[in-house]
Design a protein around this ligand. Structure first.
Ligand code: C5P
Length: 229
């Protein structure tokens, strides 16, 4: 498979939902002045589009076709990056729990994952890339020189997710979120294609009782010791 620009450095940040990957990835991208790939947003936009088109979530061929033709843009001009589908801002819509759940269902389909592979690899641009997802270190950028895998208890992730959603004025109860996170974990970890798991050469950080700055500091120390830039 075509791996674009393999000389450009990539740092992969993988882990389950609500573990703090997004926060760490943003902080690292800002710190190094690198590009950022939020691969989950791509799966979410695809899910939103599939829901809009009333596609059956079992129709692998049509979903893969939709993935190939997805008109998706990341607008990074403002501080808060916007995600556009067919030119419309869907940044809020894609954060809905229903969309996350649908994303994890269609993300289990091999043809869908293949259809999205090159689109993700194209983000590998100078001076470097922080790639946030589930299979960044194991599949999409398996040659990355630095791989980090974040993990945390489902309860602490549900708490974080709830605060995140509330700050965006999206309402959901703790029980709903915990249930959704647990269901998504089971699907993401047990699927046959690109299951959620740490790459063999990944640093694993359990963030359950760590602050954002602790996680950032551990990551920066690890990255600096790898001398990749
Ligand atoms: O990270 P986020 O919660 O936005 O991802 C939504 C869903 O997309 C995940 O639950 C997962 O099933 C899927 N996903 C994936 N591979 C990625 C990123 C996300 O399968 N690299």
């Amino acid at each position: 498979m075509n791996q674009t620009n393999t000389t450009i450095p990539v740092i992969t940040i993988d882990g389950p939902s609500g573990v703090g990957k997004g926060t760490l990835s943003h902080a690292l991208a800002n710190h190094f002045g690198w590009h950022l790939l939020d691969s989950g947003a791509i799966y979410r936009v695809l899910a939103l589009s599939a829901l809009d088109h009333h596609l059956s979530l079992d129709d692998e061929n049509r979903l893969a076709q939709l993935a190939l033709n997805l008109s998706l843009t990341f607008d990074t001009h403002d501080d808060e990056a916007k995600v556009l589908l067919d030119g419309l801002d869907v940044s809020q819509d894609i954060r809905r729990e229903e969309v996350g759940g649908t994303a994890s269902k269609i993300a289990a389909l091999a043809k869908v994952r293949t259809a999205l592979l090159q689109r993700q690899r194209d983000f590998r641009q100078l001076p470097g890339l922080i790639a946030d997802g589930r299979d960044m270190g194991t599949v999409v950028f398996s040659d990355a020189p630095v791989k980090i895998f974040l993990d945390a208890s489902a309860k602490s992730r549900a708490e974080r997710r709830m605060n995140q959603l509330r700050s965006k004025q999206i309402c959901a109860t703790f029980d709903e979120i915990l249930q959704e996170i647990t269901a998504r974990d089971v699907r993401d970890r047990n699927r046959t294609v690109a299951p959620l798991k740490p790459a063999e050469d990944a640093l694993i950080i359990d963030t359950t009782s760590l602050s954002i700055s602790d996680v950032f500091e551990q990551s920066i120390n690890y990255i600096n010791n790898r001398h990749i830039m």
